[in-house]
Design a protein around this ligand. Structure first.
Ligand code: NAI
Length: 285
């Protein structure tokens, strides 16, 4: 697979575009507006300049400018027509993703192209059956920050062909040098099914006044050797995304431990989304 498209150039999409371009792929990023496209390009430039300054770009990857030259940011979905693999990383909304997969199905020309989703919690089957080629639809779930974290969850639906799964694995492990684990098509897959209830418990603990945000996070960092506490992690993931994933998990399993606590809902309503808006459980400059 040579030509890659990433739909949505936000936190995750820009990271997926970066690792794909660093692996030598020709990458098209499709955003929803000119402003969003500009922001996506800015995120890519900043991240690549940082990687270059830290000496993280290998000889095969080239300079930050070389990597950027392999990426185009567009606003027209038709630019995915000649792609071998499309990775969707738009907002965590089932309706928006289903609509996008229908449109991709009518645009992406190669009969064996892979249509992948980076969704954290939406059933891959719902995306597969929105297309005429569910055997080629798969979840390829990266972790944030994509250039740093090694894990990718591979999530075939009941209809995904073994060939699609194995070509996806070869791309993830062979080209992108990530490590894949295999998951069933259940909301949350492996990592979020375990991680999200943990984050929600920390939010409930903070909401009830049981302990301060700082002490909850210090507790887990110093007492359980976590690299960061659950509230700082929620700010990094984005509180809107955390809430959306919790709602998908709750919808799937109907277990109270997956219910988004009122404070999380209010913070999202207030636009306090964590790092990306400068304020969540902590403030960021
Ligand atoms: P984000 O809000 O940072 O980025 C979403 C981007 O999609 C925005 O730039 C938006 O302009 C763009 N967009 C929205 N609708 C679009 C459309 N129809 N066409 C093109 N672009 C469109 O969100 P984030 O965090 O990057 O999440 C994206 C996906 O990745 C979600 O499905 C999320 O569940 C998943 N994910 C998120 C992780 C995280 O830690 N934030 C981790 C792993 C997966």
């Amino acid at each position: 697979m040579k030509n890659v498209a990433v739909i949505g150039g936000g936190l995750m999409g820009s990271g997926i575009a970066e690792v794909s371009a660093r692996a030598g792929h020709d990458v098209v990023v499709v955003e929803s507006s000119d402003d969003a496209a500009k922001a996506a390009l800015g995120r890519l430039e900043k991240s690549l300049e940082r990687a270059e300054a830290k000496g993280k770009l290998g000889a095969a990857e080239g300079t930050a400018a070389d990597v950027l030259a392999r990426i185009r940011v567009e606003t027209d979905l038709d630019s995915t027509a000649d792609r071998d693999i499309v990775v969707e990383a738009i907002v965590e909304s089932e309706a928006a993703k289903v609509d996008l997969f229908k449109r991709l199905d009518s645009i992406v020309a190669a009969p064996d192209a892979i249509l992948a989703s980076n969704t954290s919690s939406i059933p891959i089957m719902k995306l597969g059956v929105a297309t005429s080629r569910p055997t080629q639809v798969i979840g390829i779930h990266f972790f944030n920050p994509v250039p740093v974290l090694q894990l990718v969850e591979l999530v075939p639906s009941l209809l995904t062909s073994p060939d699609t799964t194995e070509r996806s694995r070869a791309w993830v492990e062979g080209s992108l040098s990530k490590q894949a684990i295999d998951c069933q098509d259940r909301a949350g897959f492996v990592v979020n099914a375990l991680l999200v209830p943990f984050i929600l418990s920390a939010i409930r603990m903070y909401e009830s006044g049981f302990a301060s945000a700082e002490d909850i996070d210090r507790g887990l960092v110093l007492g359980a050797a976590h690299p960061q506490g659950p509230l700082a992690l929620a700010d990094l993931i984005g509180l809107d995304t955390t809430k959306a994933v919790a709602e998908s998990l709750y919808e799937e399993f109907k277990e109270p431990l997956y219910a988004a606590p009122p404070l999380l809902q209010r913070m999202v309503d207030a636009g306090l989304l964590g790092r990306k808006t400068g304020r969540g459980f902590y403030t960021y400059s």
